[in-house]
Design a protein around this ligand. Structure first.
Ligand SMILES: *Cc1c(COP(=O)(O)O)cnc(C)c1O
Length: 345
């Protein structure tokens, strides 16, 4: 089948490690319990090192890095970052050196948080880990990463930096433009009409890319972005500018209007990387009825939003929940999750 192309999407360099396509799964038990038809797009299931949404995003970053002849990759993120874990996985697969800067974004001194989950996997993958004392200084984190890159250059390496702050080409979002195309093809093949898509909204690469891809291909269904990182009033303009940047990179008109940007921060409290009661309920409900594993930072909060919609304004309608993975973090949050599991017996 000939896929619909969107500007330069299929000509930009890309390293293909994703499951193409990831499963689209109907969730009968969550459907019966909530009152809306719920499907999950299983982007947690890519084959590389526990999968997740960063696989599709990194395909374009590593495409660009390889084109530049890089042999070393540098990235910054929270201690339990899935982006950093999967960067280490791509680097291992491609024989590159990987440097990870670990930011203090979450107030947690728990040894499990510091050693298990993604951190353990990064060590196993052979990545070099560097501490960074702040968590809300995107420009500072990038500047420190550039210093590390300069040191690697002096040592004779050719580094490529994956920046955190906006203002760089949104390569990660391209992965989600592709994901939107893939999802629309699956839905068409199976004759499923989706009334709303529910996606996490962090850096905005996933939300922005997915929304852009849907609109570029003529799908007008609402895309509900669930804030996991910052409040809605700061997230909405980020998504709008991401979409404008994607249009620039792909060389097409921006199909996303400001009114298409729909974000809620009702599930964010007490903040990034911190559980709340609605997320705990969603995580345990999905585990106990569908054996669907969700993470405490992203997919648990996103499912909490999906269930609230299903029980409320979307009752009787059809929802697609984008499962972005993050499941290794379950082990890093093991103390909080086992307490929650015991309390909700
Ligand atoms: C990074 C991440 C997100 C958020 O994606 P963005 O593209 O940064 O908005 C959601 N879920 C998981 C599991 C993640 O690792």
């Amino acid at each position: 089948m000939m896929e619909k192309t969107i500007g330069t999407l299929d000509t930009l360099p890309r390293v293909g490690f994703s499951a193409d396509p990831t499963p689209l799964e109907f969730l009968p038990n969550l459907t019966a319990a909530s009152g809306a038809n719920i499907y999950a797009k299983r982007d947690d299931s890519h084959p590389l090192a526990f999968g997740g949404n960063k696989v599709r995003q990194l395909e374009y970053y590593f495409g660009a890095a390889r084109e530049e002849g890089a042999d070393t990759i540098l990235i910054t993120g929270a201690v339990q970052s899935n982006f950093c874990r999967l960067t280490a996985a791509f680097a291992a697969k491609l024989g590159m050196e990987c440097h990870i800067q670990m930011e203090e974004r979450v107030p947690k001194d728990d040894p499990l948080y510091r050693q298990s989950g993604n951190v353990l996997i990064e060590r196993m993958l052979g990545a070099h880990l560097h501490p960074y004392p702040h968590g809300e200084d995107e420009a500072g984190a990038d500047a420190r990463l550039e210093e590390l890159a300069a040191e690697r250059r002096k040592a004779g390496r050719t580094p490529y930096v994956i920046h955190l702050a906006p203002g760089h080409p949104p390569f990660g979002a391209l992965g989600y433009v592709r994901a939107a195309r893939e999802t629309l093809e699956q839905l068409a093949q199976r004759g499923i009409e989706v009334d709303a898509f529910v996606v996490p909204s962090g850096s905005g690469a996933t939300h922005g890319g997915f929304l852009f891809g849907l609109r570029a291909l003529g799908c007008t269904a609402p895309v509900k972005g669930v804030c996991v990182r910052r409040p809605a009033d700061r997230q909405a303009p980020r998504i709008a500018s991401r979409c404008a940047e994607i249009a620039g990179l792909l060389g097409v008109d921006n199909p996303v209007a400001d009114a298409d940007v729909d974000v809620t921060d009702a599930f964010l409290a007490p903040g990034y990387g911190q559980l709340n009661a609605a997320a705990e309920e969603a995580i345990l409900h999905a585990a106990r009825t569908e054996a669907l594993m969700l993470d405490p930072v992203y997919s648990g909060k996103t499912m909490a939003a999906a269930l609230a919609l299903a029980r409320g304004e979307m009752k009787g309608r059809t929802l697609l929940f984008l499962h972005t993975g993050g499941t290794p973090a379950i082990f890093a949050y093991g103390n909080a999750l086992s307490t929650a599991a015991a309390h909700r017996a």
